[in-house]
Design a protein around this ligand. Structure first.
Ligand code: MSP
Length: 535
């Protein structure tokens, strides 16, 4: 086991009812950026993603394709793997809830729940939303229908789609017993749910009273069988939430697994979309309290990527079930994987909803990447190669004689950036880096290296200017790496700093003056070719 501190981060596991789209990729990229950042800060990162393969929704998708649920899931898994690989997702594990390890862990959970006395058998009589895999009571449904003006239609209070009536024997989890403990958790750990405003939502919901939750299904058979031999299968969320512990050894009877669990659990951060906050901030902690396990440290909830509905003119959540999903391919084809990652992570505020606009994507790409970062790299490397015979100038001895505006901007930059990255303020963190990049581009104009190059008496000054530009590039490449790992690695390689890319001490690596100088630089092609037709 590593001596480094563990940082365990997870994405939701995705329903396998259709191929992943921009919305689902959004959660995954967000977790990836945090995982890469944490590795560069010296954490031993465990980054988990995967697929949620049970539940009625997946069974229905399989049927619609004329396949068994297992065949359907097996046919979809390669699509998820291929997309995550293309999007440079650096997950350490990929869990599928149909794997034996999950069946084992879930059945182990049932036994623990029974021992602890937090489950009992009863009859469920109420409503069920298949697309959301969520139960609703008569009162919740009536109230929502009343408020929406759809009285008597029985539409889902959350997503507005038609509900199913379910009446069946079911096992219940005594969620109602956890109200006080949950409220205490929120009071004692106000940052359990992030951003802050989400915490109020969760607290209000719990303060309003909790009802016991139906956690088994008796009239469907696609799910993990209960270990009690009564023909019930596990409710998909009771199964899915446990994946976070399964992947780090929960329920496995070996010293190695116990050591792994002790090192990795509790997770530091679960990334979730705002639609699944209640599952993660109410049901999941209550499940863990019931079986006496530690609670995750933080649940970070992001908003939705939305698409304008042409008929209503309203912004709607992009979703597979609604059929308004945009494929990641469209964005990758437009501006490459790195532009895609940078755009969604820096321009969409992580806590709020963000409307998709291809025009805005092009604008941000051109402004930040083509015209600023890419331009800085290309101009600086060109001049370095031209004036210093294909190399970087060595750090000039007379450096103190000249003002150094870039070193001033870079001073404390990595720490400011790290504080923001750690808090998922990715846009603000990137803006800090952009400040250095803009300063460097202005510095080129102000110092006019082409004029200095004409005057041999100013050779030191020229070396100083070019050295500073390369140093700004080196530091910016490090800081942009969690967003754009390949182009950052490429920029470092071009200035002969490829070895630094795998740093686990980002702040030290970004200390001004780290570039040795004297090594070859390679001009290379534009990192971010400009997009034409910006509308
Ligand atoms: N299977 C459950 C999660 C179980 S976790 C123990 C699930 N799956 S999902 O495929 O429907 O959604 C997975 C994640 O993708 C959620 O966090 C959801 O918020 C996110 N997104 C799905 N559509 C989205 C957008 N349009 N925009 C941003 N994220 C959205 O829920």
């Amino acid at each position: 086991m590593s001596t480094k501190p563990s940082y365990y981060i997870t994405t939701p596991i995705y329903y396998v009812n259709a191929a992943p789209h921009l919305g689902t990729a959004y959660s995954t990229i967000m977790a990836d950026v945090q995982a890469r950042f944490r590795r560069s800060m010296g954490y031993d990162v465990m980054f988990l993603t995967g697929m949620d393969e049970h539940g009625q929704k997946v069974a229905e998708a399989a049927e619609a394709h004329g396949l068994t649920p297992q065949e359907w899931c097996d046919s979809q898994a390669p699509l998820f793997h291929a997309l995550w690989e293309e999007l440079e997702i650096s997950n350490d594990d990929f869990i599928r809830t149909t794997e034996p390890r999950q069946t084992h862990a879930v059945q182990y959970l049932w036994e623990r729940m029974k021992e602890a006395g937090y489950i009992y058998k009863g009859n469920y009589d109420g409503w069920y939303c298949v697309p959301d895999e969520t139960y609703f009571t008569e009162t919740q449904v009536e109230k929502a229908d009343e408020e929406r003006g759809t009285k008597g239609e029985h539409l889902c209070p959350d997503c507005g789609r038609p509900l199913q009536r379910i009446q069946e024997e079911s096992w219940f989890f005594k969620l109602s017993a956890f109200q006080d403990r949950l409220l205490k958790l929120y009071d004692e750990h106000p940052d359990f749910v992030q951003p802050d405003f989400r915490m109020n939502e969760v607290r209000t919901f719990v303060a309003g009273g909790l009802q016991d939750l139906s956690v088994s299904r008796n009239n469907i058979d696609w799910g993990i069988p209960l270990p009690f031999g009564d023909g019930h299968v596990t409710y998909v969320w009771f199964d899915a939430l446990l994946n976070y512990m399964t992947a780090v050894g929960y329920g496995v009877d070996s010293d190695e697994a116990r050591a792994e669990l002790a090192y990795r659990w509790p997770a530091q951060t679960h990334i979730v979309g705002k639609d699944i906050i209640r599952f993660h901030c109410v049901i999941w902690p209550a499940m863990l309290m019931a079986i006496g396990e530690a609670l995750p440290e933080h649940v970070f909830a992001h908003g939705f990527l939305t698409v304008r509905n042409e008929q209503t003119g309203k912004a709607e959540k992009m979703s597979k079930s609604r059929g308004n999903a945009i494929a990641p391919r469209e964005v990758i084809d437009l501006m490459g994987v790195e532009g895609y990652r940078y755009y969604f992570m820096t321009d969409v505020v992580p806590g709020s909803d963000g409307a998709i606009s291809f025009g805005r994507m092009k604008q941000v790409y051109n402004a930040d990447l083509a015209n600023s970062w890419g331009n800085l790299v290309s101009r600086s490397l060109n001049m370095s190669a031209k004036y210093f015979d294909g190399c970087a100038p060595v750090k000039p001895a007379a450096a103190d004689a000249f003002a150094n505006p870039l070193a001033e901007v870079a001073d404390g930059l990595a720490q400011r950036y790290a504080d923001k990255m750690g808090a998922f303020a990715f846009g603000e963190a990137a803006a800090e880096v952009m400040e250095l990049i803009h300063a460097a581009n202005h510095y080129i104009e102000d110092s006019e290296p082409w004029t200095l190059a004409k005057d041999p008496a100013r050779a030191d000054e020229l070396a100083f200017v070019i050295y500073n530009l390369l140093e700004a590039i080196r530091i910016s490449a490090h800081l942009l790496a969690p967003f754009m790992p390949s182009t950052s690695a490429e920029a470092l390689r071009r200035i002969s700093c490829a070895d630094e890319a795998a740093t686990d001490d980002l702040v030290a690596a970004c200390t001004w003056g780290g570039l040795a100088g004297g090594a070859p630089v390679e001009k290379g092609d534009a990192l971010f070719p400009r997009l034409v037709d910006e509308k």
